[in-house]
Design a binder for this molecule. Structure first.
Ligand code: PRT
Ligand code: ZN
Length: 284
């Protein structure tokens, strides 16, 4: 019995999906064939598909789980459950209008034509705002629509914003923040669910490790208590005496978002030789 996973065949999520599996210690055979493969060291079968088709395959049960962008999950509106955010493929689905147009709020869109590949999400957004506008569905190169007179506004994915900029558009409204997520079939059997739990445990360990750093530093003993109180550690920091009298080596784990704040306070308390190293896996 194997867990069947659908991932994007080729595109922005493909490499990161394979890398996440690798970081979870799951090796795949013949990734180059990009049709179907399996792992020798985890009961996993992988299907390579268009991202747009992944929610349907998971809903049908052809695949048990899938890695796919939240934007696709909400647009396709299939009966799948979002289980875990995966931390890659981050982008936002935004409204863009011509750079010189004055945009105060979403009422700008009243009776306008909006080009998008996301008609379902845009329609929901307009409905919530009580706005009547025309949605013009196109499947690609959405950003050129205003320039060629096909639409007044667009709704498309944005990451750096340079595509909007190059097409003379500005981003005026964010409808959805998106990233790759793990979705599952709503009626997974017990055996499949057990395998999924095993995979999720590994994914969460990899994510935690990415968000944390291992820190080593030398501390003068007179400030040791202050320095220890700044460092959470997994239980508490490790403290070892240095060969130089009056000094200790302190080891701990710091999360990315409090990192710089704490480093400054450590320095202010006389910490020296601060080393910060990445963590590969973190099991709590
Ligand atoms: O063939 P298949 O259907 O599988 O692939 P696809 O062409 O539909 O999708 P692909 O590979 O382009 O994107 C897959 C997923 O990556 C999307 O569904 C999102 O969840 C995620 N993602 C993250 C993005 C972007 N960032 C992104 N920037 N998808 C698309 N873009 C495009 C956007 O459409 C626009 O054209 O990049 C352009 C904007 O980028 P910036 O950096 O100029 O703002
Ligand atoms: Zn697609």
């Amino acid at each position: 019995m194997k867990l069947k996973l659908a991932i994007q065949k080729s595109g922005r999520l493909s490499e990161d999906s394979i890398k996440l599996l690798k970081d979870c210690g799951i090796d795949l055979r013949n990734v180059k064939d990009r049709l179907k493969t399996e792992s020798d060291n985890f009961p996993l079968e992988v299907f390579f598909l268009r991202d747009d088709d992944i929610p349907q395959y998971v809903d049908d049960g052809v695949a048990d789980i899938g890695f796919v962008g939240e934007n696709v999950v909400y647009e396709k509106n299939k009966k799948v459950e979002v289980v875990e955010k995966l931390g890659f493929g981050k982008c936002r689905l935004s409204i863009g209008v011509k750079r010189n147009d004055e945009y105060i709020n979403a009422n700008y869109l009243v009776n306008k034509k909006i080009a998008t590949s996301y008609p379902v999400i845009v329609e929901k957004f307009l409905k919530e705002k009580n706005i009547v506008a025309e949605i013009h569905e196109i499947s690609g190169s959405v950003e050129i629509a205003p320039g060629i007179g096909l639409a007044d506004a667009i709704c498309d994915l944005v990451s750096s914003g340079s595509t909007l900029f190059m097409n003379g558009l500005k981003e005026v409204e964010t409808i959805l923040q998106s990233q790759a997520v793990l979705v599952k079939n709503k009626n997974l059997g017990d055996a499949q669910q057990k395998l999924l739990d095993k995979l999720l445990f590994r994914i969460q360990s990899v994510k935690k490790a990415k968000n944390n750093k291992y820190i080593l530093l030398n501390a003068p003993n007179e400030n040791l208590q202050q320095i220890i109180s700044l460092l959470p550690g997994m239980k508490s920091p490790t403290v070892l005496p240095l060969a130089t009298p009056g000094w200790s080596s302190v080891h701990s784990v710091l999360s990315e978002n409090e990192f710089w704040d704490i480093i400054e306070q450590l320095k202010a308390n006389g910490a020296q030789g601060i080393l910060v190293v990445p963590i590969e896996k973190m099991i709590i």
